[in-house]
Ligand binder design. Sequence first.
Ligand SMILES: NC(=O)c1ccc[n+]([C@@H]2O[C@H](COP(=O)([O-])OP(=O)(O)OC[C@H]3O[C@@H](n4cnc5c(N)ncnc54)[C@H](OP(=O)(O)O)[C@@H]3O)[C@@H](O)[C@H]2O)c1
Length: 328
Amino acid sequence: MVAIEQIRNDLAQASRSRHQLVAVFVGGTSGIGESTARELVRYSTGRRIYLIGRSQDQADRIKTEFASLNPSCDVCFIQSDASQLGNVDSLCDKVKAQEEKIDVLFLSAGIFHLRGREETTEGLDRKMALDFYSRLRFTENLLPLLRHASSLSSSQSTREVLPAGGQVISVLGGGKETPIDESDLSLELNYTLKASTDHAVTMTTLSFQRLAAAPENANVAFFHTSPGMVNTNGDRELNIVIRLLVSTVSYVFRPWVTSTEETGKRHLWAAVSDTFRGGQIYLLNQRSERVDDSKVLNRLHEEGLFDRVWEHTRDVFKRIPTGDNHNV
Ligand SMILES: NC(=O)c1ccc[n+]([C@@H]2O[C@H](COP(=O)([O-])OP(=O)(O)OC[C@H]3O[C@@H](n4cnc5c(N)ncnc54)[C@H](OP(=O)(O)O)[C@@H]3O)[C@@H](O)[C@H]2O)c1
């Protein structure tokens, strides 16, 4: 376990946080994304952060708060439904028009509901789109700017050499990879909530492994984190009875529930710590420890799932090309 005191201490001293960071928070209007963005604003001389989400009211509240925390940090909200891959492309174009580099791409947009499979107009399940497809599309679109991070952040006048370029962090279930149904990867036939989570978790790790191994991404670090139980509004799409049940369970298990402030600090620490190197994937748990899931992952590789997931995602991305009619 990395103690929270050490994390606070490291954050106060981290060399990366002194640089003019540019960070994109997809799902930055609530929960783990919002709290990590808050810690970045608190600890860094951040140049600009982008918050992506649907709620204008939440964004207005956060922008007002962040401006008083650190007036030097520019907070830019882009309102969009990120479950549509066409919107993701338009969002990325907007960011690319403004920035030459991105230091942190933080991916935590997600929903929790019990309604079963819900198809977007692009033919993907909305939850799986948010948990996996859209996050990977953001990552691939923004990799050129992430690769550019360290060269533009390093100070020429000091001997400081930053350990990595950009950092991509997906918050879902790193370390909980499991065998999945390779004949129905996007769960068009056999959708369950558990299968949707298992598929998104495993497909994220296998895809990040592929990207981390590519020589051109040698200075980009990929994180897939498992935040444990965190007190957020993540249950807001559930009905009142189930929400009461969730609150009761959270109360009973409160010693194991992580506060949003702590998870924000832990995720920012991953993003700016010198501990992590580019060209690697890190599976981190709620205590910021690396999780070794190599036994399961090796088996999935032997069974060919590594290639199968990559090919499937290429097919989906080809089928949903960039369009002009998207709502950003
Ligand atoms: N909290 C936990 O205990 C826990 C545990 C394990 C894993 N996780 C995972 O961690 C991630 C973050 O969870 P959280 O607790 O921080 O959830 P949260 O508080 O509900 O935040 C989710 C974020 O996603 C955004 N979002 C949802 N649908 C969107 C859409 N269609 N387009 C754009 N943005 C959208 C929301 O913004 P808008 O409402 O403004 O659109 C919000 O900013 C999720 O993937 C969740 O599964 C959470």
